[in-house]
Design a protein around this ligand. Structure first.
Ligand code: ZN
Length: 250
């Protein structure tokens, strides 16, 4: 069994990840904080193992679609492994997770900028296993006017962000549910708490007319915030300014 840094992994992973294998292991390790088996914090230098659950499906054109769901454990808790499952529809297993924040200033004038960040879990890619694989989420967003971001700096992202296509809207449903629609499809939603000071500021920025949406694969949501470094490094970070419908503005 191959070992990269202090992580043992299953060699069959290379069949799916090809020359991206090392980079993939790096990005998983960058966000791993706790052992998936015993839940204890992973210590520096601990002998670790990587287990990856892969689902494989085919779209209408018979392109292979894969999802990768990794788990990092102490080697003493679990041996490295790889499980492949065939499924009819990989979308079934996907969930979207996200967070909100407010950034100040930048290219959108003096108002605070409301940010909606989200990703799909597990990430879905399509293409040739072992060869060039494309992120389904990144490619969908790029098709609707989002831009790749090569920087994880919020200041730079705000300055470089441009408006997305008119197929994207960010609405506010009854009860304070923020919804991102693309081409009429609900991509992601989050529940605002208007009693929360952070959410009140978010809403104020929202009513000014725009939301900065940050998305892509390899976004890491933690208890303390959002880490974009791995996504920027792997070329899977996208951002765009999504308009708020006129009737919801101040
Ligand atoms: Zn453990």
């Amino acid at each position: 069994m191959p070992i990269t840094s202090n992580v043992a992994w299953d060699r069959r992973l290379e069949v799916f990840k090809g020359r991206d294998t090392a980079q993939y292991i790096d990005s998983v390790m960058a966000s791993a904080k706790h052992c998936a088996a015993c839940r204890l914090r992973l210590g520096t230098g601990d002998a670790l193992s990587l287990t990856v659950d892969i689902t494989e499906s085919h779209d209408l054109e018979d392109t292979v679609c894969l999802t990768f769901d990794p788990a990092v454990c102490h080697l003493r808790c679990q041996e490295p492994g790889l499980r492949v499952r065939q499924t009819d529809d990989a979308m079934d297993a996907l969930a979207s997770i996200g967070a909100r924040m407010v950034l100040s200033g930048g290219g959108l004038g003096k108002t605070n900028i409301p940010v909606l960040a989200y990703t799909l879990v597990p990430s879905l890619v399509f293409g040739e296993p072992g060869g060039e694989m494309t992120s389904a989420l990144v490619s969908a967003l790029l098709n609707h006017g989002f831009q790749l971001s090569l920087t994880a700096s919020y200041r730079d992202i705000v300055q470089q962000a441009i408006p997305v296509g008119n197929t994207c809207t960010c609405t506010l449903a009854g009860g304070g549910t923020v919804q991102l629609h693309i081409d009429g499809e609900l991509m992601h939603s989050q529940q605002l708490d208007e009693a929360d000071a952070g959410d009140a500021a978010w809403l104020e920025g929202y009513k000014a007319g725009h939301v900065l949406v940050i998305s892509g694969d390899n976004l890491v949501f933690t208890d303390t915030g959002l880490e974009l470094a791995a996504a920027a490094r792997l070329g899977t970070l996208v951002a765009g300014i999504v308009p708020v419908p006129q009737n919801l503005r101040n």
